[in-house]
Design a protein around this ligand. Structure first.
Ligand code: GDP
Length: 148
């Protein structure tokens, strides 16, 4: 099983989309291994988006992700990183396919509802910013033999 980090960004939380988005992940067969509502500090945001430090939108991105609460989660499942990225859709909501989270709920390139790790290395970097290891729970839902 693979883990991935998901953030419902402040626009997703303020638009009350948290439940609908997590319903999609649960229906798909992903397991919630960790979950919290939290404010992101500027140092956390700068670390999370450190690969974008030299981009012109970096400051705006940090302002945005620290502008209100986010929901952080670790989701687990077979091939979870690629599966969740596909469910999120293209970065620019106005170009994302209908049926994806961004395609259905976003019109923006910055305010695009959700973040999801794009590689195992990114997950290893990102999850530590939001969770302690003991906050990520190991348990079985009991239907894994039907889902896989
Ligand atoms: P993601 O992996 O699809 O989230 O996209 P990236 O890793 O390329 O970018 C990280 C985040 O930066 C995106 O989710 C957007 O919120 C924001 N972003 C990306 N490209 C742009 C841009 O051209 N302008 C602005 N303002 N924000 C951007």
């Amino acid at each position: 099983m693979e883990r991935t980090l998901v953030l419902i960004k402040p626009d997703g939380v303020k638009r009350r989309l948290v439940g609908r988005i997590f319903q999609r992940f649960e229906e798909k067969g992903l397991r919630i291994a960790a979950l919290k509502l939290m404010n992101v500090s500027r140092p956390m945001a700068e670390e999370h988006y450190s690969v974008h430090r030299d981009k012109p939108f970096f400051r705006s991105l940090v302002d945005y992700i620290t502008s209100g609460p986010v929901v952080a989660a670790v989701l687990e499942g077979s091939n979870a990183i690629a599966v969740v990225r596909k469910m999120c859709g293209a970065t620019d909501g106005s170009k994302a396919e209908p049926g994806t989270i961004r395609g259905d709920f976003s019109m923006g390139i910055e305010k695009n509802i959700i973040h999801a790790s794009d590689s195992h290395e990114a997950y290893e970097h990102e999850y530590r910013i939001f969770f302690r290891d003991e906050e990520i729970l190991n348990y079985e839902c009991g239907d894994e033999h039907i889902i896989y």
